[in-house]
Write a protein that binds this ligand. Sequence first.
Ligand SMILES: Cc1cc2nc3c(=O)[nH]c(=O)nc-3n(C[C@H](O)[C@H](O)[C@H](O)COP(=O)(O)OP(=O)(O)OC[C@H]3O[C@@H](n4cnc5c(N)ncnc54)[C@H](O)[C@@H]3O)c2cc1C
Length: 522
Amino acid sequence: MVSVAKNGATPPVRHICVVGGGSAGWMTALMLSATAYGEGIRVTVLESPQVGIIGVGEGTTHTFRQFFDLLGIEESEWMPACNATYKSGISFEGWSTRPGCERYFHPFASILDNMTMQPFLDNVHARLSGADVHAHPDRFFVTATLAREGQAPRAQANFPFDVWYGYHFDATLLGQYLGRVAVQRGIRHLQRHVQEVLLDERGAIGGLRLDDGGTLEADLYVDCTGFASLLIGQALKTPFVPFGENLFNDAAIALPTPLEGKIESQTTSTALKYGWAWKIPLRQRYGNGYVYSSAHCSADQAETELRRHLGLLDADVPARHLKMRVGRVAKVWNRNCVAVGLSQSFIEPLEATALMYVQRTASMVTEVLEGGDLGDAAISLFNDAMRTRIEDTRDYIVAHYKTNSRTDTDYWIANAENMKLSPSLQGVLMTWMSRQPLAPALRAGRFGQGWPIMSWYALLAGMGVVPGTEESPLAGAATARHRMAAVDAFVSRSAMNFPEHRTLLADIPPRLGDKSLQTYLW
Ligand SMILES: Cc1cc2nc3c(=O)[nH]c(=O)nc-3n(C[C@H](O)[C@H](O)[C@H](O)COP(=O)(O)OP(=O)(O)OC[C@H]3O[C@@H](n4cnc5c(N)ncnc54)[C@H](O)[C@@H]3O)c2cc1C
């Protein structure tokens, strides 16, 4: 019998097998089972009982909210189950040594920022033109205050403006939670190890030989096997494009510590000697870690430095050491296989973008399936779009390293001197350094589509990247039209509408279905 979709169309595939039961596997399975074809597409998740999940990945961007919205799951349901907290943005500490710029906050932009975004841009432009005005981002954005003061980025019910936010959570608990939801929603879950990926006569995947002797066949295979990249990499031999010449970090250490005091609604990223340390507040603990370059320091050196940074030199807390494969597969969709998660790409965790790419990929695969055309041209368009998106984010991450001003180690000096920059990133930096307003070019998509204007300005102004004080080509053309006192008053009055983080976590109000909130993304 031919199965017919909810929308009346026949699905281009009937059975999708997702190999891998980490965050990527479960998120993808849930999103693919929610296509317009409904039960016309069957989804199976295969998870090895022998290979664990990576178990890190505790911070998200603002897009993660849309994932649970799509599933129709309230925060009050999933957040406690995953020890989750709210995230207003990321605080960058010690990346710049320029006076006044030793730290800055990168917020998620939202409608509330419309009131202060233009003053921020105007002041930055005036500053670039040599005016002595305040152009550091932190005072312009409400979420910077919320994050610092231990407030949650969810406004009280009578405040009509939404702000964008992300989450922190325990990655293992998230995987388990999503697995339970998936099974309840009819996704088949098999705990089997794939022993061999069988290829058919055309070189596509013909089936998976499992450890119980059985073979599993599907029309589309989704590789969510993590860095092993079992299907797309090992079996289909899809080339891997490393980002090592752009991004030096290739190793990490993870180490939890107890949480005390207020729960900040921010990730803290502190520059250390050979990379950076993350600090992520969950409900009962901090997730901490050090992302570093193994070409510049040994694992032992890195662990000692992290322990010293955390005040744990003498404590008997075990640390986990991880290797990272930074780069992307040349084709995310190759033959009858799509790679999602770490099997596909990893740009290092600095802006916590990996799960955003899981979401984006699953959403784009859904669009292709719903379009019904799996021909070469459609797949080629999909692959080009994925490549561009991944590389746009890579460029934004590289910009953090390129603009650092530390001189304490060869690592930081090499990052600042690195000239392996994409033409897009060169364009961004040249525009900025020649004191031209960057916003119009970004808005026109001249430097890729990856990151909002506000993110670029927060990064470059926050790091204190201001060209020398010699005569500016724009001198006198821009003046600061905005008084900081008005900005400060707006930010502090707005912040009064947001509850204490810990209090909100104890009793999270419903969010879905609230149509009064407005959103806007710069
Ligand atoms: C140091 C570090 C920090 C990170 N921080 C962040 C962050 O803050 N934010 C963010 O978004 N992301 C972050 N990430 C990335 C994030 O961890 C991953 O994107 C996310 O966990 C998804 O991983 P995955 O599901 O692709 O792989 P994994 O979790 O490794 O899952 C792989 C799955 O494949 C299965 N498998 C493997 N081999 C077989 C086989 N032969 N047969 C059957 N099944 C098999 C395993 O059983 C497992 O279920 C970080 C990554 C690292 C390394």
